[in-house]
Design a protein around this ligand. Sequence first.
Ligand SMILES: Cc1ncc(COP(=O)(O)O)c(C=O)c1O
Length: 458
Amino acid sequence: MALLFGEEINPETLERWDKEYFWHPFTQMKVYREEDNLIFERGEGVYLYDIKGNKYIDAISSLWCNVHGHNHPRLNNALLKQVCKVAHTTTLGSSNVPAIVLAKRLVDITPPCLTKVFYSEDGAEANEIALKMAYHYFYNRGEKDRKYFITLSNAYHGDTIGAVSVGGIEIFHEAYKPLLFKTFKLPSPYLFCKEKYGEPNEECKQELLRMLKDILEKYHKEVIGITLESGIQAAAGMLPYPKGFMKGVESLAKEYGVLLIVDEVATGFGRTGTMFYIEQEKVCPDFMTLGKGITGGYLPLAATLTTEEIFEAFLGEFGEAKHFYHGHTYTGNNLACAVAIENLNIFRDENTLTHLRPKIKHLSKRLEEFWNLPWVYDIRQLGFMVGIELRKPNGEPFPYGDRIGFKVAYKARERGVFLRPLGDVMVLMMPLVIKIEEIDYVLDTLKWAIEETLKGSS
Ligand SMILES: Cc1ncc(COP(=O)(O)O)c(C=O)c1O
């Protein structure tokens, strides 16, 4: 029995109501309604428990946002302490204590060029804000002809219309094409390099940068900026860039006077082994967007960080109307910001990133074993982010409708591992606190699930 506000609801009723009333995101509801689905009721560390009492390792960090584990006493406490003061006060023209402190803390831990923090609730909004601010920055400077962004094929920045416009995953974005603004697109670095050079190497990086330079050479006066995910195209199936690609993009952006928008929504808060991936390439963008792990996976909060120069272009007398006309009801929410501060405190007090290093190494080593499986076409890893791409042994993709990735994930549930694939790419994005023996259990289970699902297939 699930207990909700003192009322007991049995699992069958919940399953029925779930299918009758709840439209799930990124979910084919016809299929969902025909299947048995997980309904989670509670969590403890890296484990989730469903309404039937089954226990699962959360190997995808609740869609890539959980950091220190579920039901964390310190995060719970931070939330409780704040809720006993006040849950929400508007930040439109007034302020609140946790939002101020968090802004300072974020500026302290990000590269020195980023000095201002604009809050929102989800990664897509953080990107939407960066796009609008970038456009508006030039507008306020009188450069009103700039209307294009340069983006990457297979990019994913969220599901609002601006974020979709700079995105490039056909299957998600195809239907909305008539509503989107026009962009210049470079190929997906990983896919391009793999096809042409066999791997994302230096030569390929140089070729991609030449393509970018060609676009900038012709159109830089109309270009607002370049948008890209940091280090890896995550939602496209964990596709890492060639090393140094982002640094090269940064130099070209500077050379041609266009803005660089780096999306750290998936990679931020330790996922790649450093707090932010840009630290590894010593990149300092004009905008950096954050979400997901910012509250340790507790509450919806996102942030767009930017520079003094961008901020100053919005300053003026009230009557000049140069300010950024954008905001949400819950912008800078007190509860979310209080939990986000404690999330950073835990990183500091528990040396989360130091403890992560041997886990990343262990993961790399163990992933080698997966090459022995005939259905493993590619294995990609950036820090603690992993994608294992499954195909037929002859290298052909499985038909989309066969849902092989989902079938493998459902099989893994039988042994208590919760996964959500990206197509036929099995994603591992475990909470940073997971222990080595739990990583081993996830990997053993995944290997077993792939074999069980695909043995006998051709
Ligand atoms: C790189 C990146 N940006 C933005 C988003 C969108 O974030 P949200 O789902 O919080 O809107 C995601 C989500 O997966 C992402 O991976």
